[in-house]
Design a protein around this ligand. Structure first.
Ligand SMILES: *Cc1c(COP(=O)(O)O)cnc(C)c1O
Length: 382
């Protein structure tokens, strides 16, 4: 059996390797593509599950100075890990009562409604100095942001912009991952019309998908999320991003079973020939979707090993009959995400999107941050 001393926690069910060199290469690729627009990093949900306190500093080192999270708590936790001159934005907006916290910590709430905008201006009055405003306008997604009549109302309020000088106007694309969707051009048109009502400010519109739309979509600041973490920015052509995540699980047990033997909860896997079944210590509690029961696979040396039966909470059974007897044993590793099985493939098998697979990655894995070949401890920076 191969030695496994490169697993940081030798008793973990699987090793998650996060390649920081691939992450920063992806940042450079987006930054070069959208220049002269600046590239911000979206690091909400713990940097899509990969660890915001490792990801954000690595991107700051690349020159990134704009970071977006979803919640104030995420911003507060991340602030000490960012350079003092980095801007930190809270996408979900300004919760009532959070005004002073944001102002004191220099955190920028994305103002998503008139009420939020007015509370931010009131805080500026209270502390006696101007606070920068980041406004989100709803250009068609109907999720967050000021609606057109609210933008018009705010535009009339000249005193408002003295207390909170407008720094950034942003909006979000609903269909950026479909470059051919006519909704993109329509949203762009509405974004420009709404921004024209407001005092001059920097503009931000594109997410990962938007970065791969024409330059007219890039404006001043692109908000890149999933593409930094290796997922394809859209469904067209080969994925231009470098894979960042690799997941390898260790075999706990291998057994031979006679023809007609059921496997797993509900005995939903049952072959008419003898089979060999290997069990790994990863389950739906680790973010491996139960929907992959009898659908997904693992890989060993390029051989596809189908998931046999239901995904359990803490384990998965694999049909390893395709391998020679004895080729695989306890302690050997199989690939769940890696060169043979991409994040996109796992998501497709599970009937979901790479975002959901990434953000579900469990806390029980042994995590290795490498700045070289994924899984190679000689390059680990832990
Ligand atoms: C999550 C999010 C992003 C990043 O989107 P990706 O598709 O992951 O690049 C950008 N902007 C807003 C408003 C978001 O909510």
């Amino acid at each position: 059996m191969a030695p496994h001393d490169h697993i940081a926690d030798p008793f973990a069910g699987a090793r998650l390797t996060i390649d920081l060199a691939a992450l920063t290469a992806n940042y450079s690729l987006i930054a070069a593509r959208v220049a002269p627009a600046r590239t911000a990093a979206v690091v909400k949900a713990d940097a899509y599950g990969l660890g915001a306190t490792r990801v954000a500093p690595a991107l700051a080192e690349m020159g990134c100075r704009d970071f977006f999270v979803a919640h104030l708590a995420e911003a507060i936790a991340l602030r000490p890990h960012l350079p003092a001159d980095a801007a930190l934005y809270v996408l979900n907006g300004l919760q009532p009562g959070a005004e002073r916290r944001c102002a004191t910590l220099g955190i920028l709430p994305v103002l998503n409604s008139l009420d939020q905008a007015r509370r931010w201006a009131a805080m500026a009055r209270e502390i006696g100095h101007a606070l920068p405003a980041v406004l989100q306008v709803d250009s068609g997604m109907s999720r967050l942001g000021l609606q057109p009549e609210e933008v018009a109302a705010l535009a009339e309020d000249k005193a408002f912009f003295e207390q909170v000088p407008l720094r950034l106007v942003m909006s979000h694309l609903a269909c950026a991952d479909e470059p051919g969707n006519a909704a993109n051009a329509e949203q762009l048109r509405r974004f420009h019309a709404l921004a024209a009502l407001l005092p001059p400010a920097l503009l931000s519109f594109a997410n990962s998908g938007g970065a791969f739309l024409p330059a007219a979509f890039h404006h001043d600041l692109v908000r890149a999320g999933v593409s930094l973490y290796g997922a394809a920015p859209n469904g067209e052509g080969p994925n231009p991003m470098r894979p960042v995540v690799r997941l390898d699980a260790r075999i706990i047990q291998v057994r031979a079973i006679p023809a007609g033997t059921g496997v797993g909860y509900g005995l939903t896997f049952n072959k008419s020939e003898p089979a060999r079944i290997a069990t790994i210590g990863v389950g739906y509690a680790d973010g491996w979707p139960r929907h992959l029961s009898n659908r997904g696979a693992a890989f060993f040396g390029g051989v596809r090993l189908p998931i046999a039966g239901r995904v359990s909470m803490d384990s998965i059974t694999l049909d390893v009959t395709a391998l020679a007897e004895g080729a695989l044993g306890p302690g050997d590793e199989v690939e769940l995400i890696g060169p043979h099985q991409t994040l996109e493939q796992v998501a497709a098998d599970a009937g979901t999107i790479p975002y959901e697979i990434l953000t579900s990655l469990g806390s029980r894995y042994s995590r290795i941050y490498s700045d070289g070949v994924p899984g190679d401890l000689s390059n680990a920076v832990d």
